[in-house]
Design a protein around this ligand. Structure first.
Ligand code: HMG
Ligand code: MG
Length: 306
């Protein structure tokens, strides 16, 4: 029986990142037919925004080198968004040629990760993104902006809040309609989440424009999600089965598992539109394809004996 807590949203929009953030970090290259089926199963389970792939350099992320084939082969369903990561104009050209309607650029809050992930400085990343957002918006695309390393960085340690809000504001000023705040290495705790979200609101960011993206390295992702919902957010990123990581941040493990998130939200009486049993069946199927069990506690609990 769901039991509500005061001050939480009635509905949460889940932004599913498994096919992109999850599979970009798999050692084995997953065949494109399996990726297509994975996305189609996620749609059948009720997810309505599914980050499908990345138009990055194939040498940087070989696991997603099939992005063009994947988007070509995917049967797109009306009402479902299939955003893709795009770092630069070359990536945008590829996305536009395939009729992609939603893209995401991805910035770093720290100099070290900007260099390692994008081969750019903090200012250089913004220079790279500027024509991407301008051209994408002119072509009618929606653009999400990620900020990585919002709560800690493996090379620089603590990250000052003002540094995070500065990069976030730069992305919004470029024309991003949504900002996803990433705990790339999963070290943050709820007090930090509260403080960062308050800082964004204090610099004039509407809370509706904010989303959170937690990796679950230290087991804090659900507590952090609750802190974000209490601060007024209603868009949360997660990855089916808890797949995930970042190839350029070694201490990053899987994202918050979508099943764990859905269990949590439904228990609070919050609507997600997701059929949890269908989602668990999808993650069990995917874990067989990957040859290892899902790290999600909810997947494990609901699939005993399979
Ligand atoms: P670069 O080496 O500086 O690239 O990489 P460049 O601009 O100097 O170009 C070099 C060559 O690459 C050129 O070819 C380009 O055409 C080609 P050449 O003229 O030498 O023959 N090239 C491309 N080819 C295909 N697609 C492209 C592309 N761009 C250039 N898009 C670059 C710069 C940004 C491309 C590279 O650093 C890169 O691809 N980085 C991506 C890293 C990545 O995908 N990381 C994981 C995603 S981020 C993440 O997971 C965090 C997140 O989940 C949030 C969180 O958890 O915090 C989002
Ligand atoms: Mg991530």
């Amino acid at each position: 029986m769901p039991t509500q807590l005061p001050g939480l949203p009635e509905r949460v929009a889940i932004y599913e990142v498994g096919p992109r953030d999850g599979l970009q970090n798999e050692k084995a290259v997953v065949p494109v037919e399996i990726k297509v089926e994975f996305i189609e199963r996620l749609v059948s389970a009720g997810l309505r925004t599914i980050e499908a792939t990345s138009f990055v350099h194939p040498k940087w992320v070989p696991q997603l080198a099939d992005a063009d084939v994947l988007i070509r082969d995917l049967q797109r369903v009306d009402g479902v968004r299939y955003p893709a990561l795009v770092p630069n104009e070359r990536g945008l050209d590829r996305a536009l040629a395939l009729g992609v309607m939603d893209i995401a650029i991805f910035a770093s809050a720290t100099e070290s990760f900007a260099q390692k992930n994008l081969n750019r400085s903090l200012d250089g990343q913004i220079t790279m993104f500027e024509p991407v957002v301008r051209r994408a918006r002119a072509a009618g695309l929606s653009v999400r902006g990620y900020v990585s390393m919002c709560f800690g960085d493996p090379w620089e340690g603590d990250v000052p809040i003002a540094q995070v809000t500065r990069v976030g504001r730069q992305l919004l000023d470029l024309g991003c309609s949504e900002l996803s705040l990433g705990d790339t290495i999963g070290v943050g705790t709820p007090g930090q989440v509260h403080a960062l979200l308050r800082a964004f609101v204090d610099v004039g960011t509407p809370v509706e424009a904010l989303a959170v993206h937690f990796h679950d390295t230290y087991g804090q992702a659900l507590s952090n999600t609750l802190a974000a919902l209490q601060a007024g957010l209603s868009t949360v990123d997660s990855s089916a089965g808890g797949l995930g990581g970042c190839p350029y941040a070694e201490s990053a493990t899987g994202n918050l598992a979508t099943e764990d998130l859905v269990w949590h939200l439904h228990g609070l009486g919050i609507d997600t539109g997701v059929d949890l049993e269908a989602l668990v069946r999808t993650s069990v199927w995917m874990s067989k394809a990957l040859g290892r069990p899902s790290p999600s506690r909810v997947v494990q609990a609901m699939s005993k004996g399979e």
